[in-house]
Design a protein around this ligand. Structure first.
Ligand SMILES: Cc1cc2nc3c(=O)[nH]c(=O)nc-3n(C[C@H](O)[C@H](O)[C@H](O)COP(=O)(O)OP(=O)(O)OC[C@H]3O[C@@H](n4cnc5c(N)ncnc54)[C@H](O)[C@@H]3O)c2cc1C
Ligand SMILES: NC(=O)c1ccc[n+]([C@@H]2O[C@H](COP(=O)([O-])OP(=O)(O)OC[C@H]3O[C@@H](n4cnc5c(N)ncnc54)[C@H](OP(=O)(O)O)[C@@H]3O)[C@@H](O)[C@H]2O)c1
Length: 509
C-alpha cells in the first residue's frame, strides 16, 4: 500500500516500528533552507502528532487530506483536550459554566463550519461535541491512539525523531515503546500547568483559609457561603468572580494592574465578528485598530474607572483581552469589591492588600495563568523559561528540522482556525510544496517578533506567544507561498507566474 493510500481517512494506523534511543541534538547553524524532513529512505515516512485537543485534531485532518501518514497519541480517552469537561487526561481547565469567549464563527475550522443551530458563544459541552463531530466527519478517530502518553521525544542521529510512549492506564508499570518518525507535531496545549505567583506572597503558607488555582475550579459550590478573594483580571478571574458574586458571602477581585473589560457584543453582534469585517479583509494598522476599538468601548461601556476598576496602565490591545459582559454589572450591583494586589497574608485568615486595607478571607482563587511546558522534550532542546519558546512564526524551531508546534499561540481571536492554518503550512513543508528560510533568517525573524511583542504588550509571562488573528493568518498564507529561490518548489507553485505573484503579492491574500 502506498503512503497516500494508507493515509485514506479511516485506514488502519500502525505506529512506525523501528526502535532506537539516539539523543543527539543537531544544531543547524548554516544558512541553507532547512529541510522539513530527512530524505533518508530508512526513516519511516510518517508524522507523529502529540495530543488530540482542537490543535491536534486540526493537524490530523490536514495531514490526512494532504496524503501524509501519521499517528496521533492522546493521553486521554477522548478528543477535545481543554474542551472535554472533566477530561480523564486530568488536564482540562474547563469549569461547569464555561462558554467560549471568541464567537463560534471565528472559532470554527474552515474545513468544517459549526452548525447554524449553535449559539454565538456555545458551552464547552457543545464545543466538545463539535470536535467529536469533526473527527467523525473526516473519519480519523481510529488513527488516534487514546490513553497513550508521549513520554519522550528525541532527535535521532540519522535525522529521524524518536518518540517514546506508554499506556496511560498502566502508569509506571507500562511498557515503553519507541517509534521513529520523519516529523513530530507537538499539540499538547498550553493551559494545563497552573502558574502560581512567583515568588509567592509573604505569609501565604501559614494562611488559615483555603487556596486553589483557577485550573482546579469546577462548580460554584466551593464558593458558597465563603468570603472569596479572586486574584487576577484575565478571563478566568472575571468568570470566577462573577460566579462567586452570586453565591459567596463576599467577593473581592484583586489585581496588580487594571484591564479593559471588553463586552462579548457590540451593536447586537459578537465583537470579534464586527472586527473581522474589515481586519479579515485587509491589514489594519495597529493605531487605527486601537482608535476604533477604544471608541467602540467608550461608547458601549464607558471608562473602567466609572466602575471603580483601576485605570489600565497600558493602551487597549496591549494586553490579552479580558472579555466579560457580566463583570461590570456585578461590580455595579455591589456584589464584587475591587482590591489592588495582595501584599501579604498576615496571620489567620487575614489578607493585606497593597493599599494597606485588610480583609478576612476563607478562600483565595489564584487566576494567575499558566506555564508553557513540554515534559517530553529536553529543556535545552526547546527552552520554555518564562513562557518564551523561540519558534519561527510560532511553529518552527529553527535548528530542529522535522519538529513543529501547533496551537502554541495566544491570539486576539480564536486558536482553532490558526492551528488549522499552521497545519496546512506544515503539510506543505512536508510535501515539499514550500520551503523554510535559512536558520539564520528564522532566528532573526524570531528576535524581531519578540522585540515587537515586548514593545507592544505589557511585560508579563502571559504575553509571550501573542498573535493578531487576521494578520497571523495572512502571514501563514505568505509562508505557504515561499519558494526562497528553490527552482523545484517555484516550478511546482506555478513557475514564473507563481514566482512573480509571490514577489508582487506581498502580505495580504
Ligand atoms: C478556561 C479556558 C477557556 C478558554 N477559552 C477559549 C476560547 O473561548 N477561545 C479560544 O480560542 N481559546 C480558548 N482557550 C485557549 C485554549 O488553549 C484553546 O481553546 C484550546 O484548548 C487549545 O487546544 P490545544 O489542542 O492546543 O490544547 P488542549 O486543548 O490543551 O489539548 C492538548 C491535548 O494534548 C494531550 N496531551 C498533552 N500531553 C500529552 C502527552 N504527553 N501525550 C499524549 N497526549 C498529550 C492532552 O491530553 C490534550 O488532549 C481557553 C483556555 C482556557 C484555559
Ligand atoms: N472562554 C472563556 O471565557 C475563558 C475563560 C477563562 C480563561 N480563558 C482563556 O484562558 C487563558 C488563560 O486565562 P487566565 O485568565 O487563566 O490567565 P491569564 O490570561 O494569564 O491571566 C492571569 C492574570 O493573573 C495576573 N497575575 C499573574 N501573576 C500574578 C501575580 N504574581 N500577582 C498578581 N497577579 C498576577 C495577570 O496579571 P498581569 O497581566 O499583570 O501579568 C493576569 O491578570 C486565556 O487565553 C484566556 O483567554 C477563556
Amino acid at each position: 500500500m502506498s503512503a497516500r493510500d494508507e493515509a485514506t481517512p479511516g485506514a488502519d494506523a500502525r505506529p512506525g516500528t523501528a526502535t532506537g534511543s539516539g539523543t543527539g541534538a543537531r544544531p543547524g547553524t548554516g544558512t541553507r533552507p532547512v529541510a522539513a524532513s530527512p530524505a533518508d529512505p530508512t526513516i519511516p515516512d510518517r508524522v507523529c502528532v502529540i495530543g488530540a485537543g482542537s490543535s491536534g485534531i486540526a493537524a490530523c485532518q490536514v495531514l490526512g487530506a494532504q496524503g501524509l501518514e501519521y499517528d496521533c497519541f492522546e493521553k486521554g480517552s477522548q478528543v477535545g483536550g481543554n474542551w472535554r469537561y472533566r477530561n480523564d487526561n486530568g488536564q482540562s481547565a474547563a469549569y461547569r459554566s464555561l462558554h467560549i469567549n471568541t464567537s463560534r464563527r471565528l472559532m470554527e475550522f474552515a474545513a468544517y463550519p459549526m452548525p447554524e443551530s449553535l449559539p454565538d458563544f456555545p458551552s464547552h459541552f457543545q464545543i466538545a461535541q463539535y470536535f467529536d463531530d469533526f473527527v467523525e466527519h473526516f473519519g480519523f478517530r481510529d488513527r488516534i491512539r487514546f490513553r497513550t502518553e508521549v513520554l519522550r521525544v528525541v532527535p535521532g542521529e540519522d535525522g529521524a525523531w524518536e518518540v517514546t510512549v506508554r499506556d496511560a492506564d498502566m502508569g509506571d508499570e507500562g511498557e515503553l515503546m519507541t517509534h521513529r518518525y520523519r516529523a513530530v507535531i507537538v499539540a499538547n496545549g498550553h493551559h494545563w500547568d497552573p502558574r502560581w505567583p512567583e515568588p509567592g506572597f509573604p505569609g501565604e503558607d501559614a494562611f488559615a483559609g483555603e487556596r486553589m488555582h483557577a485550573h482546579a475550579y469546577d462548580t460554584p459550590d466551593v464558593l458558597e457561603g465563603k468570603r472569596v478573594l479572586v486574584l487576577g483580571i484575565g478571563n478566568s478571574a472575571t468568570d470566577i468572580a462573577v460566579e462567586a458574586s452570586r453565591i459567596a458571602d463576599a467577593t473581592f477581585l484583586a489585581m496588580r494592574r487594571g484591564a479593559y473589560v471588553i463586552p462579548k457584543y457590540v451593536f447586537g453582534k459578537p465583537l470579534d465578528e464586527v472586527q473581522a469585517r474589515i481586519a479579515g479583509r485587509i491589514p489594519v494598522p495597529l493605531p487605527i485598530q486601537r482608535t476604533s476599538a477604544a471608541a467602540m468601548l467608550r461608547l458601549s461601556t464607558g471608562r473602567m474607572t466609572d466602575y471603580g476598576l483601576p485605570e489600565p496602565d497600558h493602551r487597549l490591545l496591549s494586553a490579552h483581552p479580558t472579555i466579560s459582559s457580566e463583570l461590570l454589572g456585578r461590580i455595579g450591583h455591589g456584589d464584587i469589591a475591587i482590591k489592588p494586589n495582595i501584599e501579604a497574608f498576615t496571620g489567620g485568615r487575614t489578607v493585606r492588600f497593597s493599599d494597606g486595607s485588610e480583609e478576612e478571607i476563607d478562600l483565595v482563587v489564584y487566576c494567575t495563568g499558566y506555564r508553557i511546558r513540554f515534559p517530553f522534550l529536553a529543556e535545552d532542546l526547546v527552552p520554555t523559561a518564562d513562557n518564551h519558546v523561540p519558534l519561527y512564526r510560532r511553529v518552527v524551531p529553527p535548528d530542529l528540522p522535522g519538529l513543529f508546534f501547533v496551537g502554541l499561540v495566544q491570539p486576539l481571536g480564536a486558536v482553532m482556525p490558526l492551528a488549522e492554518a499552521q497545519s496546512e503550512w506544515i503539510a506543505d513543508l512536508l510535501n515539499g510544496e514550500t520551503v523554510l528560510p535559512p536558520p539564520d533568517a528564522m532566528r532573526a525573524a524570531i528576535a524581531e517578533e519578540e522585540g515587537e511583542m515586548r514593545r507592544r504588550y505589557v511585560a508579563s509571562k502571559r504575553h509571550t506567544i501573542q498573535v493578531d488573528f487576521h494578520d497571523y493568518l495572512r502571514l501563514l498564507r505568505r509562508e505557504r507561498r515561499r519558494t526562497e529561490g528553490d527552482p523545484v518548489v517555484a516550478r511546482r507553485r506555478g513557475g514564473l507566474v507563481g514566482r512573480v505573484r509571490e514577489l508582487v503579492g506581498g502580505g495580504a491574500s
